[in-house]
Write a protein that binds this ligand. Sequence first.
Ligand code: ADP
Length: 139
Amino acid sequence: MSERTLSIIKPDAVERNLTGAVLKMIQDEGLKVVAMKMIHMTKEQAQGFYAVHRERPFFDSLTDFMCSGPVVVAALEGDDAIARYRKLMGATNPDNADEGTIRKLFALDVEKNTVHGSDGPETAAVEISYFFNRLEMVG
Ligand code: ADP
């Protein structure tokens, strides 16, 4: 079934000029970019995006990191896009990520782990609408 998911290329990757390499992996996987832009979030915008994690011990550090530099946000579309992108990303902690995944190749540590991807259909819908309005979506 065709789905959409929200991808973020995080500040650690944009800063190291890895945007193109990550997008190539996404496109080689057959996922279609249906919206994309570069933004530099405020602390409040990062806190809003990660609101589900607000009780976690790493929340303050994570939201500082996510507004430390520009990110590239994109909506991706394809059959089973949510699970396929999670698989391509690899485990949250790059030490546990499978060979050939984005995080295994590029992540610096469990926080600076290069990419975000939605974890389910409801989250994907909320996350895509957090960054994009209908005029910014193709198709
Ligand atoms: P994922 O991004 O793989 O879905 P989570 O939803 O559990 O992972 O966490 C959201 C983000 O919070 C992670 O991608 C990572 O940047 C950060 N994070 C997760 N666990 C930790 C941790 N133990 N220490 C620091 N940052 C973390």
